[in-house]
Design a protein around this ligand. Structure first.
Ligand code: DGL
Length: 247
């Protein structure tokens, strides 16, 4: 199976990391729209337009399915993308919700969703969780984490101050949905902030679980081949991939 992974920039590499770790696919084609990242502060129509343009990129490859690693794209553009492609397009929100549901929390447990402005405004996570009966949900826009991660800041003073800024007023969560591709890179710092107790839902692990439930996936003998493309500075993106993925 040859699959595509689309993200607004470098963050989706955190999803690629999970895909590579499981080695279910022959080839992963990654496309980051680095020329236009971030998508999180943009409006719905722009996010849909950019996402449909990304589909044109994948027309050059004969992929079997596409994962939109970007939560922001998953929140707004999934049905439009599916309507315009002849392969299935999976987002990371349904899979994240499924992963949380599989952890069998109590319905009254405090769940924290952290994501970009666009994802939080869409209420996609909240609505899906409420439908499942969860009612103690806090949804926080934490867009400042995105540039910190882009700058390679995964721990330390600036991140600590940013976490205090966002998290000081909220209740200790039982589970945190890392609703943005960048956040797995600061997962350890977030866990530390909350005394290492919350359960973290990571888009990459969640989408692997989701695909395993839908496809007959077997571990390949040969390492998954990764090809990285970008709308700007592909050399820079490949460097980040080398660092993040040890690939
Ligand atoms: N990739 C985006 C997401 O997962 C975060 C970065 C952005 O704002 O584009 O929502």
């Amino acid at each position: 199976m040859k699959i595509g992974v689309f993200d607004s920039g470098a963050g989706g590499l955190s999803v690629v990391k999970s895909l590579l770790a499981h080695n279910f696919f022959d080839e992963v084609i990654y496309y980051g729209d680095t020329a236009r990242v971030p998508y999180g502060p943009k409006d719905k129509n722009t996010i849909i337009r950019y996402s449909l343009e990304a589909l044109e990129f994948f027309n050059n490859f004969d992929i079997d399915l596409l994962i939109t690693a970007c939560n922001t794209v998953s929140a707004y553009a999934l049905s439009e993308m599916n309507a315009q492609s002849n392969y299935p397009v999976f987002g990371v929100i349904d899979s994240g919700v499924m992963a949380l549901e599989n952890r069998q929390l109590n319905k009254e447990d405090a769940i924290l969703i952290i994501a970009t402005r666009a994802t939080i405004t869409s209420k996609r996570y909240e609505d899906a969780l409420e439908k499942l009966g969860y009612f103690n949900i806090t949804a926080l826009q934490t867009g400042l984490f995105v540039p910190l991660v882009e700058e390679g800041i995964f721990e330390g003073e600036i991140l600590d101050a940013t976490m205090r800024h966002y998290f000081l007023p909220i209740e200790q969560p039982k589970a945190i949905i890392l609703g943005c591709t960048h956040f797995p890179l600061i997962a350890n710092s977030i866990q530390n902030y909350f005394d290492n107790s919350p359960l973290l839902i990571h888009s990459g692990e969640a989408i692997v679980e989701y695909l395993e439930a839908r496809y007959d996936l077997t571990v390949k003998n040969k390492k998954t081949e990764l090809k990285i493309f970008a709308s700007d500075n592909v050399v820079g993106l490949r460097k980040i991939a080398k660092m993040w993925l040890n690939n």
